[in-house]
Design a protein around this ligand. Sequence first.
Ligand code: SF4
Ligand code: SF4
Length: 79
Amino acid sequence: MPSRVEFREDRCKGCLLCTEVCPTGIIQQSSRFNQKGYKVVEITAEMMSECKGCAFCAMMCPDFVINVFKSESEKGGAA
Ligand code: SF4
Ligand code: SF4
């Protein structure tokens, strides 16, 4: 399984901080608004394969929107 990210869209405030820290630049503003009226971010299905599982986005997000699921190779440790 490659690394991937999930967004809890209902919590997103559309601040775009996550888009700035992602080293691969795969997080982008979507055209959707959540229930609070904020324009949420997304990673398209095609772009998700570029995710490195670094979790910079999750660390930067002030609203705990982002869950990162790291691939086995990104987790490191004994092979
Ligand atoms: S985990 Fe890293 S590579 Fe993946 S979306 Fe977040 S910042 Fe980008
Ligand atoms: S940093 Fe968090 S609140 Fe801001 S746009 Fe990204 S996911 Fe949404």
